[in-house]
Design a binder for this molecule. Structure first.
Ligand code: NAP
Length: 418
């Protein structure tokens, strides 16, 4: 995953965070938070890269919209696998900490800077944010903000941008999905996986092959034509059903799966690499997994692609938006997706809602492969009281907590499927 620049408002720090910066390297804060509740907001702060103990919920200075920006009173934020990788520092050129994580949110427009035609105070919106989404208030340029359909709930809207836009663009902009094609997707029960499955069902006669942890199969069996255990030899399983292979391989497990995926492509088929979930092993970054994945990917031979008539592609939505200036294209995709939503052809699957103070538990759930669909931070939700010995309790005082490498006990939550 490529680096993304931090938006400026996240650079302001509260007293608590200042204290931790001193401990973590003595960097100067960029500004001092003014007193008074109206000047403050609650936010999740990542104090440094590493384990869950690097996350804090704390007060931050309230951001104000600059020229061309929309200020959003946040109702819900999406928690993506990428946020887990950011926390670990498991991305190329990670930004500096402390930072407020999060790339997407939904809420209500509270104020606008100059030149923000098309938006009014009170509009219900969803937005992409270049970090800083996990806060009560977010300011982001209007080109990344979209008015949502009336019937779309805030949790649905927070579950929509990353998963559905990425899935749509890979299937229709990069791979040209059309009638009768076949698609292989990994992590089929996850946020992107479920968006891919739903979008495939909008085209006649598309076969979806998916891999997922076995406990998810019952819940997602209607959305995926052929489901395999994520530990099974999926290449053999696909070939038993379709000896020619598939037309599109969507791979978020870069490394040895790249070779397998390319091997499964039919002539003129497209392989798209869009993630590297497999680099996450323990609670902190594994340099071994990182090196192994990249070494294996570099073995792809372009001459073989030419001889075999295969297409290999990469896709990064955040780079497209924040580094490559394609917000106009993304806006047209969002409008098409809203139309599919209004026709009831797609609907985000929300796994569970979490209070902001429960961010560590939520992140542990995605790490433990427990989610079916999307995890949402609900800004207005009160935390469920935690047991006294719960290791994921948010530290109020900012003291260091022990890391729990491989502590994977999955806490039971009722899935929240809308
Ligand atoms: N390029 C882009 O623009 C873009 C946009 C959005 C997301 N992504 C990528 O798409 C992938 C899915 O993202 P998401 O946010 O929708 O997450 P997600 O699929 O909901 O992620 C959680 C699931 O990933 C699977 N998984 C695979 N390897 C894992 C590992 N090492 N540790 C824990 N779980 C693992 C697990 O499902 P099973 O156990 O069932 O396999 C888990 O339940 C990620 O790689 C993400 O970075 C890319």
């Amino acid at each position: 995953m490529k680096p993304i620049d931090m938006a400026k408002e996240g650079a302001e720090v509260s007293e608590e965070t200042e204290h931790m910066i001193e401990k973590n390297g003595g960097k100067e804060p960029e500004s001092v938070m003014p007193g008074g509740d109206a000047k403050e907001m609650r936010a999740v702060v990542l104090t440094g890269f590493g384990g869950l103990n690097k996350l804090r919920v704390t007060k931050k200075a309230m951001p104000e919209p600059q020229e061309g920006e929309v200020k959003i009173r946040v109702k819900a934020c999406g928690l993506n696998f990428l946020d887990l990788m950011v926390r670990q520092g498991n991305i190329d050129n990670p930004p500096k900490t402390p930072l407020i994580p999060g790339f997407e949110c939904s809420g209500i427009v509270e104020a606008m800077g100059g030149n923000t035609k098309g938006f009014e105070i009170g509009d219900r919106v969803m937005a992409f944010v270049n970090y800083n989404a996990w806060a009560e208030v977010v300011c982001t340029p209007l080109e990344f903000v979209y008015k949502i359909p009336d019937e779309m709930t805030f949790p649905e809207a927070a579950a929509f941008p990353m998963n559905f836009v990425a899935a749509y663009m890979m299937l229709f902009e990069v791979a040209n999905l059309h009638e009768g094609m076949s698609v292989l997707v990994h992590s089929a029960g996850g946020g992107v996986g479920q968006a891919v499955a739903q979008l495939c069902s909008t085209i006649p006669n598309v076969t979806v092959f998916g891999t997922a942890s076995p406990f998810k199969h019952e819940a997602i069996k209607d959305s995926v034509t052929h489901l395999f255990d994520r530990n099974a030899d999926y290449v053999q399983e696909v070939k038993k059903i379709s000896p020619d292979g598939v037309d599109i391989v969507l791979d978020c497990l870069c490394g040895e799966n790249t070779g397998k995926g390319l091997g499964l492509l039919k002539p003129l088929g497209t392989y798209i690499l869009y993630g590297s979930s497999n680099m996450v092993t323990g609670e902190t970054k594994s340099f071994f997994s990182f090196a192994k994945s990249w070494w294996q990917v570099e073995k792809v031979n372009p001459i073989k692609l030419y001889e075999e008539n295969k297409v290999i592609a990469g896709f990064s939505l955040l780079n497209l938006l924040f580094k490559q200036g394609r917000s106009g294209l993304v806006k047209t995709v969002v409008q098409k997706l809203f139309s599919l939503y209004e026709q009831k052809k797609v609907k985000p699957v929300v796994d569970s809602l979490w209070a902001v103070e429960e961010v560590k538990e939520a992140m542990q759930r995605i790490h433990d492969r427990g989610n079916i669909g999307k995890l949402i931070l609900d800004v207005e939700k009160s935390p469920i009281p935690l047991m006294a010995n719960d290791s994921t309790e948010t530290s109020e005082a900012g003291e260091e907590e022990e890391e729990h490498e491989g502590d994977n006990d999955n806490k039971e939550r009722m899935p929240f499927i809308q």
